[in-house]
Design a protein around this ligand. Structure first.
Ligand SMILES: [Mg+2]
Length: 510
Protein backbone atom coordinates (compact mmCIF):
# COMPACT_ATOMS: atom_id res chain seq x y z
CA UNK A 1 0.00 0.00 0.00
CA UNK A 2 1.57 3.38 -0.97
CA UNK A 3 1.99 6.34 1.41
CA UNK A 4 -0.77 8.56 0.04
CA UNK A 5 -3.26 5.72 0.23
CA UNK A 6 -2.21 4.95 3.81
CA UNK A 7 -2.58 8.55 4.95
CA UNK A 8 -6.01 8.75 3.31
CA UNK A 9 -7.15 5.67 5.17
CA UNK A 10 -5.91 7.13 8.45
CA UNK A 11 -7.94 10.26 7.81
CA UNK A 12 -11.20 8.50 7.17
CA UNK A 13 -10.67 5.42 9.29
CA UNK A 14 -12.90 6.63 12.11
CA UNK A 15 -16.00 6.67 9.92
CA UNK A 16 -15.47 3.16 8.54
CA UNK A 17 -16.29 -0.30 9.63
CA UNK A 18 -13.46 -2.73 10.31
CA UNK A 19 -14.58 -4.85 7.36
CA UNK A 20 -14.40 -1.89 4.94
CA UNK A 21 -10.85 -1.08 5.97
CA UNK A 22 -9.71 -4.67 5.66
CA UNK A 23 -11.27 -4.95 2.22
CA UNK A 24 -9.45 -1.89 0.91
CA UNK A 25 -6.16 -2.71 2.57
CA UNK A 26 -6.23 -6.14 0.98
CA UNK A 27 -7.15 -4.90 -2.47
CA UNK A 28 -4.78 -1.96 -2.57
CA UNK A 29 -1.90 -4.17 -1.42
CA UNK A 30 -1.60 -5.76 -4.86
CA UNK A 31 -2.78 -5.21 -8.42
CA UNK A 32 -4.40 -8.24 -9.97
CA UNK A 33 -7.40 -9.01 -12.11
CA UNK A 34 -10.05 -6.69 -13.58
CA UNK A 35 -12.44 -8.05 -10.99
CA UNK A 36 -10.12 -6.94 -8.22
CA UNK A 37 -9.55 -3.55 -9.81
CA UNK A 38 -13.28 -2.94 -10.03
CA UNK A 39 -13.83 -4.12 -6.48
CA UNK A 40 -11.09 -1.76 -5.37
CA UNK A 41 -12.70 1.15 -7.23
CA UNK A 42 -16.06 0.35 -5.60
CA UNK A 43 -14.49 0.08 -2.20
CA UNK A 44 -12.59 3.38 -2.53
CA UNK A 45 -15.73 5.16 -3.74
CA UNK A 46 -17.74 3.79 -0.84
CA UNK A 47 -15.06 4.90 1.64
CA UNK A 48 -15.02 8.35 0.09
CA UNK A 49 -18.80 8.53 0.29
CA UNK A 50 -18.82 7.59 3.96
CA UNK A 51 -16.12 10.11 4.77
CA UNK A 52 -18.15 12.94 3.20
CA UNK A 53 -19.97 15.26 5.55
CA UNK A 54 -23.71 15.17 4.92
CA UNK A 55 -25.17 18.41 3.54
CA UNK A 56 -26.91 20.85 5.89
CA UNK A 57 -30.68 20.72 6.28
CA UNK A 58 -32.78 22.81 3.92
CA UNK A 59 -34.97 25.30 5.78
CA UNK A 60 -38.61 24.16 5.39
CA UNK A 61 -39.63 27.78 5.98
CA UNK A 62 -37.35 29.15 3.29
CA UNK A 63 -38.40 31.26 0.32
CA UNK A 64 -36.56 30.08 -2.78
CA UNK A 65 -35.69 32.17 -5.81
CA UNK A 66 -35.90 31.09 -9.45
CA UNK A 67 -35.31 34.64 -10.60
CA UNK A 68 -33.92 37.72 -8.89
CA UNK A 69 -36.66 39.65 -7.12
CA UNK A 70 -36.15 42.96 -5.32
CA UNK A 71 -39.10 43.51 -2.99
CA UNK A 72 -38.37 47.23 -2.73
CA UNK A 73 -39.67 47.53 -6.32
CA UNK A 74 -42.98 45.89 -5.37
CA UNK A 75 -45.77 48.34 -4.57
CA UNK A 76 -48.78 46.05 -4.99
CA UNK A 77 -49.31 42.59 -3.52
CA UNK A 78 -51.96 40.33 -5.06
CA UNK A 79 -53.23 37.01 -3.76
CA UNK A 80 -55.16 34.01 -4.94
CA UNK A 81 -57.30 32.41 -2.20
CA UNK A 82 -57.51 28.59 -2.39
CA UNK A 83 -54.26 26.86 -1.45
CA UNK A 84 -52.52 30.25 -1.43
CA UNK A 85 -54.04 32.01 1.58
CA UNK A 86 -56.26 29.10 2.66
CA UNK A 87 -54.56 25.76 3.17
CA UNK A 88 -56.92 22.87 3.64
CA UNK A 89 -56.88 19.92 5.99
CA UNK A 90 -57.06 16.36 4.51
CA UNK A 91 -60.78 16.44 5.37
CA UNK A 92 -61.38 18.65 2.31
CA UNK A 93 -59.97 16.02 -0.08
CA UNK A 94 -62.18 13.39 1.53
CA UNK A 95 -65.19 15.69 1.21
CA UNK A 96 -64.58 16.41 -2.50
CA UNK A 97 -63.95 12.73 -3.20
CA UNK A 98 -67.14 11.62 -1.43
CA UNK A 99 -69.27 14.30 -3.10
CA UNK A 100 -67.83 13.41 -6.52
CA UNK A 101 -68.38 9.69 -5.95
CA UNK A 102 -72.00 10.29 -4.93
CA UNK A 103 -72.53 12.43 -8.03
CA UNK A 104 -71.14 9.62 -10.23
CA UNK A 105 -73.69 7.27 -8.71
CA UNK A 106 -76.67 9.61 -8.75
CA UNK A 107 -76.22 11.67 -11.88
CA UNK A 108 -74.18 9.35 -14.10
CA UNK A 109 -75.66 6.08 -12.79
CA UNK A 110 -72.31 4.38 -12.21
CA UNK A 111 -72.41 0.84 -10.69
CA UNK A 112 -73.56 0.69 -7.06
CA UNK A 113 -70.32 -1.09 -6.00
CA UNK A 114 -68.51 2.24 -6.41
CA UNK A 115 -70.22 3.48 -3.24
CA UNK A 116 -67.82 1.29 -1.23
CA UNK A 117 -64.64 2.71 -2.72
CA UNK A 118 -62.87 4.80 -0.09
CA UNK A 119 -60.49 7.66 -0.79
CA UNK A 120 -56.78 6.80 -0.66
CA UNK A 121 -55.20 10.10 0.33
CA UNK A 122 -51.58 9.18 -0.40
CA UNK A 123 -52.11 7.56 -3.76
CA UNK A 124 -51.53 10.43 -6.21
CA UNK A 125 -49.51 13.64 -6.20
CA UNK A 126 -50.06 16.90 -8.04
CA UNK A 127 -48.47 17.41 -11.47
CA UNK A 128 -49.22 14.00 -13.04
CA UNK A 129 -50.63 13.50 -16.53
CA UNK A 130 -53.70 11.48 -17.38
CA UNK A 131 -53.70 9.88 -20.82
CA UNK A 132 -57.32 10.15 -21.94
CA UNK A 133 -56.74 7.75 -24.84
CA UNK A 134 -54.99 4.95 -22.97
CA UNK A 135 -56.51 5.51 -19.54
CA UNK A 136 -53.17 5.78 -17.71
CA UNK A 137 -52.04 8.08 -14.94
CA UNK A 138 -48.33 8.80 -15.30
CA UNK A 139 -45.51 11.11 -14.41
CA UNK A 140 -43.50 12.92 -17.07
CA UNK A 141 -40.21 14.70 -16.71
CA UNK A 142 -39.23 18.02 -18.25
CA UNK A 143 -38.04 16.22 -21.43
CA UNK A 144 -41.50 14.61 -21.80
CA UNK A 145 -39.98 11.27 -20.82
CA UNK A 146 -42.11 8.79 -18.94
CA UNK A 147 -40.88 7.94 -15.47
CA UNK A 148 -40.96 4.17 -15.52
CA UNK A 149 -42.41 2.73 -12.34
CA UNK A 150 -44.77 5.72 -12.11
CA UNK A 151 -47.41 4.61 -14.64
CA UNK A 152 -50.73 3.35 -13.27
CA UNK A 153 -53.90 1.90 -14.74
CA UNK A 154 -56.41 2.35 -11.96
CA UNK A 155 -54.45 1.51 -8.82
CA UNK A 156 -52.28 -1.07 -10.59
CA UNK A 157 -48.76 -0.29 -11.77
CA UNK A 158 -48.18 -0.91 -15.48
CA UNK A 159 -44.96 -2.87 -16.17
CA UNK A 160 -42.27 -1.01 -18.14
CA UNK A 161 -42.42 -3.50 -21.06
CA UNK A 162 -46.13 -2.79 -21.48
CA UNK A 163 -45.59 0.97 -21.26
CA UNK A 164 -42.95 0.77 -24.00
CA UNK A 165 -45.25 -1.35 -26.13
CA UNK A 166 -48.08 1.18 -25.73
CA UNK A 167 -46.05 4.32 -26.40
CA UNK A 168 -43.34 2.78 -28.64
CA UNK A 169 -40.87 5.09 -26.96
CA UNK A 170 -39.94 6.50 -23.58
CA UNK A 171 -40.28 10.08 -24.89
CA UNK A 172 -43.82 11.23 -25.71
CA UNK A 173 -44.26 13.59 -28.71
CA UNK A 174 -45.13 17.12 -27.60
CA UNK A 175 -48.30 17.21 -29.75
CA UNK A 176 -49.58 14.17 -27.84
CA UNK A 177 -48.98 15.87 -24.49
CA UNK A 178 -49.88 19.48 -25.26
CA UNK A 179 -51.76 19.37 -28.60
CA UNK A 180 -50.37 20.67 -31.86
CA UNK A 181 -50.61 24.43 -32.08
CA UNK A 182 -48.73 24.82 -35.38
CA UNK A 183 -50.61 26.36 -38.32
CA UNK A 184 -53.10 24.05 -40.07
CA UNK A 185 -52.81 21.46 -37.31
CA UNK A 186 -55.76 20.84 -35.08
CA UNK A 187 -54.62 17.80 -33.13
CA UNK A 188 -56.00 17.82 -29.63
CA UNK A 189 -53.76 16.88 -26.74
CA UNK A 190 -54.22 13.32 -25.56
CA UNK A 191 -52.99 14.11 -22.09
CA UNK A 192 -54.34 16.29 -19.32
CA UNK A 193 -51.92 17.89 -16.88
CA UNK A 194 -53.26 17.75 -13.34
CA UNK A 195 -51.58 20.84 -11.93
CA UNK A 196 -54.29 21.86 -9.47
CA UNK A 197 -54.38 20.68 -5.85
CA UNK A 198 -58.14 20.22 -6.13
CA UNK A 199 -57.40 17.63 -8.82
CA UNK A 200 -55.70 15.25 -6.33
CA UNK A 201 -59.00 13.82 -4.96
CA UNK A 202 -60.27 13.81 -8.56
CA UNK A 203 -57.36 11.55 -9.55
CA UNK A 204 -58.06 9.39 -6.51
CA UNK A 205 -61.67 8.89 -7.65
CA UNK A 206 -60.64 8.29 -11.26
CA UNK A 207 -58.13 5.59 -10.30
CA UNK A 208 -60.46 3.91 -7.82
CA UNK A 209 -63.27 3.67 -10.40
CA UNK A 210 -60.90 2.52 -13.19
CA UNK A 211 -59.55 -0.17 -10.85
CA UNK A 212 -63.09 -1.27 -10.05
CA UNK A 213 -63.93 -1.48 -13.77
CA UNK A 214 -60.73 -3.40 -14.54
CA UNK A 215 -61.22 -5.89 -11.69
CA UNK A 216 -64.87 -6.46 -12.63
CA UNK A 217 -64.11 -6.70 -16.37
CA UNK A 218 -66.35 -3.74 -17.14
CA UNK A 219 -65.46 -2.18 -20.47
CA UNK A 220 -65.08 1.61 -20.38
CA UNK A 221 -63.81 4.50 -22.46
CA UNK A 222 -60.98 6.26 -20.57
CA UNK A 223 -61.93 9.70 -21.90
CA UNK A 224 -65.58 9.30 -20.89
CA UNK A 225 -64.56 8.12 -17.43
CA UNK A 226 -62.21 11.09 -17.13
CA UNK A 227 -64.91 13.58 -18.16
CA UNK A 228 -67.55 12.02 -15.90
CA UNK A 229 -65.24 12.13 -12.89
CA UNK A 230 -64.08 15.66 -13.69
CA UNK A 231 -67.62 16.95 -14.17
CA UNK A 232 -68.87 15.14 -11.07
CA UNK A 233 -66.17 16.64 -8.85
CA UNK A 234 -66.50 20.09 -10.41
CA UNK A 235 -70.28 20.11 -10.10
CA UNK A 236 -69.77 19.42 -6.42
CA UNK A 237 -67.73 22.55 -5.83
CA UNK A 238 -70.78 24.71 -4.97
CA UNK A 239 -71.94 22.04 -2.47
CA UNK A 240 -68.40 21.83 -1.08
CA UNK A 241 -68.27 25.63 -0.75
CA UNK A 242 -71.47 25.58 1.28
CA UNK A 243 -70.36 22.77 3.60
CA UNK A 244 -66.92 24.31 4.21
CA UNK A 245 -68.33 27.79 4.79
CA UNK A 246 -70.63 26.37 7.48
CA UNK A 247 -67.81 24.60 9.29
CA UNK A 248 -64.56 26.33 8.39
CA UNK A 249 -62.50 25.00 11.33
CA UNK A 250 -63.01 21.45 10.16
CA UNK A 251 -61.52 22.12 6.74
CA UNK A 252 -59.19 25.14 6.82
CA UNK A 253 -55.85 25.15 8.63
CA UNK A 254 -55.37 28.17 10.89
CA UNK A 255 -52.59 30.52 9.79
CA UNK A 256 -51.83 33.20 12.35
CA UNK A 257 -49.04 34.68 10.21
CA UNK A 258 -51.44 35.95 7.55
CA UNK A 259 -52.87 38.86 9.53
CA UNK A 260 -49.40 39.87 10.65
CA UNK A 261 -48.18 39.85 7.06
CA UNK A 262 -51.13 41.86 5.72
CA UNK A 263 -50.69 44.39 8.54
CA UNK A 264 -47.00 44.75 7.74
CA UNK A 265 -47.72 45.32 4.06
CA UNK A 266 -50.42 47.85 4.84
CA UNK A 267 -48.26 49.74 7.34
CA UNK A 268 -45.53 50.01 4.74
CA UNK A 269 -47.97 51.63 2.29
CA UNK A 270 -48.35 48.64 -0.04
CA UNK A 271 -51.58 48.04 -1.93
CA UNK A 272 -53.25 44.65 -1.54
CA UNK A 273 -55.73 42.83 -3.75
CA UNK A 274 -57.41 39.44 -3.89
CA UNK A 275 -58.40 37.72 -7.14
CA UNK A 276 -60.05 34.36 -6.65
CA UNK A 277 -62.25 31.99 -8.63
CA UNK A 278 -64.19 31.07 -5.51
CA UNK A 279 -67.51 32.68 -4.50
CA UNK A 280 -67.72 35.43 -1.91
CA UNK A 281 -69.56 33.54 0.87
CA UNK A 282 -66.93 30.79 0.81
CA UNK A 283 -63.93 33.15 0.77
CA UNK A 284 -65.51 35.38 3.40
CA UNK A 285 -66.06 32.48 5.82
CA UNK A 286 -62.47 31.32 5.40
CA UNK A 287 -60.94 34.79 5.66
CA UNK A 288 -62.99 35.61 8.77
CA UNK A 289 -61.52 32.55 10.42
CA UNK A 290 -57.97 33.16 9.11
CA UNK A 291 -57.69 36.93 9.49
CA UNK A 292 -60.77 38.14 11.39
CA UNK A 293 -64.10 39.79 10.59
CA UNK A 294 -62.40 42.93 9.33
CA UNK A 295 -60.27 41.10 6.79
CA UNK A 296 -61.50 43.29 3.91
CA UNK A 297 -59.93 46.36 5.53
CA UNK A 298 -56.57 45.03 4.41
CA UNK A 299 -57.54 44.75 0.74
CA UNK A 300 -57.84 47.64 -1.69
CA UNK A 301 -59.53 45.46 -4.31
CA UNK A 302 -61.39 42.15 -3.89
CA UNK A 303 -62.51 40.24 -6.99
CA UNK A 304 -64.39 36.95 -6.57
CA UNK A 305 -65.62 34.46 -9.20
CA UNK A 306 -62.80 35.84 -11.36
CA UNK A 307 -62.76 32.80 -13.63
CA UNK A 308 -58.98 32.59 -13.99
CA UNK A 309 -57.19 32.02 -16.32
CA UNK A 310 -59.79 33.96 -18.39
CA UNK A 311 -59.46 36.88 -15.99
CA UNK A 312 -55.85 37.20 -17.15
CA UNK A 313 -56.36 36.40 -20.83
CA UNK A 314 -59.70 37.88 -21.97
CA UNK A 315 -60.12 41.53 -22.87
CA UNK A 316 -63.86 42.19 -22.92
CA UNK A 317 -65.56 40.75 -19.87
CA UNK A 318 -67.03 43.55 -17.78
CA UNK A 319 -66.10 43.82 -14.15
CA UNK A 320 -69.23 43.94 -12.01
CA UNK A 321 -70.20 44.85 -8.47
CA UNK A 322 -71.28 42.00 -6.25
CA UNK A 323 -74.03 42.77 -3.75
CA UNK A 324 -73.15 40.57 -0.81
CA UNK A 325 -76.46 41.20 0.94
CA UNK A 326 -78.56 40.14 -2.03
CA UNK A 327 -75.94 37.55 -3.05
CA UNK A 328 -76.08 38.78 -6.65
CA UNK A 329 -74.30 41.16 -8.98
CA UNK A 330 -75.41 44.63 -9.96
CA UNK A 331 -75.86 45.83 -13.55
CA UNK A 332 -74.19 49.24 -13.25
CA UNK A 333 -70.98 49.98 -15.11
CA UNK A 334 -67.93 49.99 -12.89
CA UNK A 335 -65.87 53.14 -13.36
CA UNK A 336 -63.64 52.89 -10.29
CA UNK A 337 -62.53 50.19 -7.89
CA UNK A 338 -63.27 51.02 -4.31
CA UNK A 339 -62.13 49.54 -1.08
CA UNK A 340 -64.85 47.66 0.78
CA UNK A 341 -66.80 46.74 -2.36
CA UNK A 342 -66.76 43.20 -3.69
CA UNK A 343 -66.24 42.84 -7.43
CA UNK A 344 -67.10 39.97 -9.66
CA UNK A 345 -65.59 38.65 -12.93
CA UNK A 346 -63.84 41.30 -15.08
CA UNK A 347 -60.38 41.17 -16.55
CA UNK A 348 -56.91 42.09 -15.47
CA UNK A 349 -56.85 44.83 -18.13
CA UNK A 350 -59.76 46.63 -16.48
CA UNK A 351 -58.18 46.24 -13.08
CA UNK A 352 -54.93 47.68 -14.41
CA UNK A 353 -56.74 50.57 -16.18
CA UNK A 354 -58.76 51.46 -13.08
CA UNK A 355 -55.92 51.21 -10.58
CA UNK A 356 -52.81 51.99 -12.61
CA UNK A 357 -51.11 48.92 -11.12
CA UNK A 358 -49.00 47.18 -13.68
CA UNK A 359 -45.77 45.44 -14.59
CA UNK A 360 -43.00 44.63 -12.15
CA UNK A 361 -44.51 46.72 -9.33
CA UNK A 362 -47.10 43.93 -8.86
CA UNK A 363 -46.22 40.68 -7.06
CA UNK A 364 -48.94 38.05 -7.32
CA UNK A 365 -49.05 34.92 -5.19
CA UNK A 366 -50.82 31.78 -6.40
CA UNK A 367 -50.56 28.03 -6.23
CA UNK A 368 -51.40 27.15 -9.83
CA UNK A 369 -48.54 27.36 -12.33
CA UNK A 370 -50.89 28.04 -15.26
CA UNK A 371 -54.00 29.89 -14.15
CA UNK A 372 -52.26 31.96 -11.47
CA UNK A 373 -48.72 32.43 -12.69
CA UNK A 374 -48.18 31.80 -16.41
CA UNK A 375 -50.22 34.58 -18.01
CA UNK A 376 -49.40 37.26 -15.46
CA UNK A 377 -45.70 36.62 -16.08
CA UNK A 378 -45.83 36.17 -19.85
CA UNK A 379 -48.50 38.71 -20.76
CA UNK A 380 -48.40 41.33 -18.04
CA UNK A 381 -44.85 41.29 -16.68
CA UNK A 382 -46.01 40.88 -13.09
CA UNK A 383 -43.66 39.30 -10.60
CA UNK A 384 -44.88 36.01 -9.18
CA UNK A 385 -44.68 33.95 -6.01
CA UNK A 386 -45.79 30.32 -5.98
CA UNK A 387 -47.22 28.82 -2.82
CA UNK A 388 -46.50 25.12 -3.02
CA UNK A 389 -48.00 23.25 -0.13
CA UNK A 390 -46.14 20.01 -0.88
CA UNK A 391 -42.80 21.70 -0.31
CA UNK A 392 -42.98 21.08 3.45
CA UNK A 393 -43.17 17.31 3.03
CA UNK A 394 -40.56 17.34 0.27
CA UNK A 395 -38.04 19.37 2.31
CA UNK A 396 -38.62 17.34 5.48
CA UNK A 397 -37.88 14.21 3.43
CA UNK A 398 -34.72 15.73 1.91
CA UNK A 399 -33.53 16.53 5.42
CA UNK A 400 -33.55 12.94 6.72
CA UNK A 401 -30.12 11.33 7.11
CA UNK A 402 -31.21 8.22 5.21
CA UNK A 403 -32.21 10.29 2.21
CA UNK A 404 -29.00 12.31 2.29
CA UNK A 405 -26.87 9.14 2.51
CA UNK A 406 -28.77 7.40 -0.28
CA UNK A 407 -28.73 10.44 -2.57
CA UNK A 408 -24.99 10.91 -1.95
CA UNK A 409 -24.18 7.29 -2.65
CA UNK A 410 -26.44 7.25 -5.70
CA UNK A 411 -24.47 10.14 -7.23
CA UNK A 412 -21.13 8.52 -6.54
CA UNK A 413 -22.19 5.06 -7.66
CA UNK A 414 -23.49 6.53 -10.93
CA UNK A 415 -20.13 8.20 -11.52
CA UNK A 416 -18.39 4.90 -10.75
CA UNK A 417 -20.55 3.08 -13.31
CA UNK A 418 -19.96 5.79 -15.88
CA UNK A 419 -16.19 5.59 -15.40
CA UNK A 420 -16.02 1.78 -15.66
CA UNK A 421 -18.77 0.91 -18.11
CA UNK A 422 -16.45 0.30 -21.07
CA UNK A 423 -14.84 -2.84 -19.63
CA UNK A 424 -15.85 -5.78 -21.80
CA UNK A 425 -14.55 -8.83 -19.89
CA UNK A 426 -17.37 -11.11 -18.63
CA UNK A 427 -16.18 -10.78 -15.00
CA UNK A 428 -16.32 -6.98 -15.33
CA UNK A 429 -19.77 -7.05 -16.88
CA UNK A 430 -20.99 -9.20 -14.01
CA UNK A 431 -19.73 -6.68 -11.45
CA UNK A 432 -21.10 -3.67 -13.33
CA UNK A 433 -24.45 -5.41 -13.53
CA UNK A 434 -24.42 -5.70 -9.73
CA UNK A 435 -23.64 -1.98 -9.45
CA UNK A 436 -26.51 -1.23 -11.81
CA UNK A 437 -28.85 -3.29 -9.65
CA UNK A 438 -27.68 -1.38 -6.58
CA UNK A 439 -28.21 1.89 -8.46
CA UNK A 440 -31.75 0.85 -9.38
CA UNK A 441 -32.45 0.02 -5.75
CA UNK A 442 -31.17 3.45 -4.65
CA UNK A 443 -33.12 5.25 -7.35
CA UNK A 444 -36.31 3.61 -6.14
CA UNK A 445 -35.47 4.21 -2.49
CA UNK A 446 -34.90 7.93 -3.09
CA UNK A 447 -38.10 8.11 -5.13
CA UNK A 448 -40.56 6.21 -2.93
CA UNK A 449 -39.79 8.14 0.28
CA UNK A 450 -41.70 11.06 -1.22
CA UNK A 451 -44.68 9.04 -2.45
CA UNK A 452 -44.62 5.25 -2.91
CA UNK A 453 -46.34 5.37 -6.31
CA UNK A 454 -45.16 8.55 -8.00
CA UNK A 455 -42.21 9.90 -5.98
CA UNK A 456 -41.44 13.59 -5.66
CA UNK A 457 -43.63 16.33 -7.12
CA UNK A 458 -40.47 18.10 -8.30
CA UNK A 459 -38.21 15.32 -9.58
CA UNK A 460 -38.26 12.18 -11.59
CA UNK A 461 -35.19 10.02 -10.83
CA UNK A 462 -32.70 12.64 -11.95
CA UNK A 463 -34.57 15.26 -14.01
CA UNK A 464 -37.03 17.93 -12.96
CA UNK A 465 -40.64 16.92 -13.53
CA UNK A 466 -42.87 18.43 -16.18
CA UNK A 467 -44.66 20.22 -13.31
CA UNK A 468 -41.52 21.73 -11.79
CA UNK A 469 -40.24 22.97 -15.16
CA UNK A 470 -43.50 24.90 -15.54
CA UNK A 471 -43.34 26.13 -11.99
CA UNK A 472 -39.72 27.35 -12.19
CA UNK A 473 -40.43 29.05 -15.51
CA UNK A 474 -43.39 31.06 -14.20
CA UNK A 475 -42.53 31.70 -10.53
CA UNK A 476 -39.90 34.22 -9.45
CA UNK A 477 -39.97 32.88 -5.90
CA UNK A 478 -41.65 29.93 -4.21
CA UNK A 479 -42.33 28.73 -0.69
CA UNK A 480 -44.83 26.52 1.10
CA UNK A 481 -46.70 29.22 3.01
CA UNK A 482 -47.24 32.99 2.67
CA UNK A 483 -46.29 33.49 6.33
CA UNK A 484 -42.67 32.59 5.51
CA UNK A 485 -42.39 35.97 3.81
CA UNK A 486 -42.50 37.44 7.34
CA UNK A 487 -38.92 36.22 7.79
CA UNK A 488 -37.74 38.76 5.21
CA UNK A 489 -37.86 42.55 5.13
CA UNK A 490 -39.93 44.39 2.53
CA UNK A 491 -36.73 45.57 0.87
CA UNK A 492 -35.23 42.09 0.67
CA UNK A 493 -33.79 40.90 -2.62
CA UNK A 494 -34.14 37.21 -3.38
CA UNK A 495 -31.16 36.02 -5.40
CA UNK A 496 -31.31 32.76 -7.33
CA UNK A 497 -28.36 30.44 -6.71
CA UNK A 498 -25.90 29.94 -9.51
CA UNK A 499 -27.23 26.68 -10.96
CA UNK A 500 -24.77 24.04 -12.05
CA UNK A 501 -24.76 23.24 -15.75
CA UNK A 502 -23.70 19.76 -16.81
CA UNK A 503 -20.33 20.99 -18.13
CA UNK A 504 -19.65 22.78 -14.85
CA UNK A 505 -19.61 19.76 -12.55
CA UNK A 506 -16.15 19.38 -11.08
CA UNK A 507 -15.34 22.99 -11.83
CA UNK A 508 -13.65 24.86 -8.97
CA UNK A 509 -16.65 26.99 -8.01
CA UNK A 510 -19.14 24.13 -7.69
MG1 LIG B 1 -55.57 28.48 -5.81
Amino acid sequence: MNTSCASRFLKIKRSLTHKDVLCCLFITAKRFSTRELLNEAYCRTKLKCRSKKLPQDVNPQGVFACNELDLSEVKVYGFDYDYTLAHYKPSLEHLLYNLGRDMLLEKYKYPAGIANLEYKPDFAVRGLHYDIEKGLLLKLDSFLQIQFGAVYRGLTPVPTEEVLKLYKNRIIPIAYVEGDTRAHKTNQAKMVHLADLFSVPEMGLLCNVAEYFNKNHIDYHPEILFLDVKNSVQHCHPIMHKIVAQNVEEYVRPNSGLKKYFRLLQEEGKKLFLVTNSPFHFVNAGMEMLVGHEWRDFFDVVIVNANKPKFFTEVSRPIRVFDKNANTHIWEKVTSLEKGIIYYEGTVKQMQDLTGWSGHQVLYFGDHPYSDLADVTLEHGWRTGAIINELTHEINTLNTNTFKQNANWLQMLTQLIEDHQDYKQPEALEIIEKWMAERDYLRNATKSVFNPQFGSVFRTYHNPTYFSRRLFRFADIYTSNIRHLLNYSLTHTFYPRRGVMPHEYGSYFV
